[in-house]
Ligand binder design. Structure first.
Ligand code: GLN
Length: 266
């Protein structure tokens, strides 16, 4: 099969309400890295106007962060058959990347600083509580060592090693995991709650994290993992992606590791 015969449809959760801290960069990164390799790409907003058919079309789902107010609007809109369809997609292995506010809405509930508890989709076994408007926010650069076993295994196979994830977190909510696996261990930063050393969650093929950055341009190997996993799910075949020139991204990563005093494996 030629690369043009592969088509990737990116579903973007509420682009207008959930794109804080440059999270739209994750959509652009997946789109661009697929197009550079000759794949056809379509971006489909999964928002108030999306139909269930739209949700069925997507091969990978991206969700960004949001302020509490916008997040509340989304969490109230995302219910019924639309919520069920997104949950089913992710449950059956559609890959996705969800940052900050999005994992909160994929969990059981979010308790905002002000106002009442809002129910989430319950896909991820986690809960998030905001300790109150006066509480310190978790802000700063974050470095994560991947501990999610399937992801670590896939990255090892793709790259021969498992790189550290870098990003930037800015959240008030504290997330506590139930039985779901964490994405990784915190090397620098706060992670899920600043207490238990865990960061994000990983379930089926969904990456959940507090890491903005945006995440994927800073960690392009995760974008490639999403593309590869999306094609594997869709075409039931293992595709090895052609190499791209990531010199710039790698230089930025090195500079960040140096600044944060993090030793990376040679
Ligand atoms: N409302 C969330 C919090 O402050 C999400 C913030 C975000 O997405 N950056 O915890």
């Amino acid at each position: 099969m030629n690369t043009e015969q592969f088509e990737l449809t990116i579903g973007w959760l509420y682009p207008n309400l959930m794109s804080t801290y440059g999270d739209r960069g994750n959509v652009i990164c997946i789109q661009q890295r697929a197009q550079w390799r000759g794949y056809k790409v379509q971006v489909l907003p999964l928002d108030q106007n999306a139909s269930v058919e739209d949700i069925h079309k997507v091969d990978v789902i991206v969700g960004g962060g949001a302020q509490d107010r916008q997040q509340e609007i989304v969490m109230r809109d995302l219910s019924g058959v639309k919520a069920d369809t997104i949950r089913d997609q992710l449950e059956t292995g559609t890959p996705g990347v969800f940052t900050c506010g999005s994992p909160q809405l994929l969990g059981h509930y979010y308790e905002p600083a002000l106002g009442e508890r809002i129910d989430g989709l319950g896909l991820l076994d986690l809960v998030t509580k905001h300790p109150g408007a006066d509480a310190k926010r978790c802000i700063g650069n974050v470095v994560i060592e991947v501990s999610a076993s399937q992801l670590a295994q896939d990255l090892e196979k793709m790259l021969g090693s498992v790189p550290l994830i870098i990003g930037f977190e800015n959240h008030g909510g504290r997330t506590y995991l139930g039985k779901v696996e964490a994405l990784g261990r915190v090397v620098k930063g706060y992670g899920n709650n600043g207490e238990d050393g865990m960061e994000g969650a990983f379930y089926r093929n969904a990456i959940a994290t507090y890491s903005h950055g945006p995440l994927l341009p800073k960690n392009p190997f995760l974008a490639d993992w999403l593309i590869q996993t999306a094609f594997k799910q869709k075409y039931q075949t293992e595709i090895s992606l052609s190499a791209l020139d990531d010199t710039l991204a790698n230089q930025a990563r090195e500079a960040m590791f140096k600044r944060l005093g993090v030793n990376t494996p040679a």
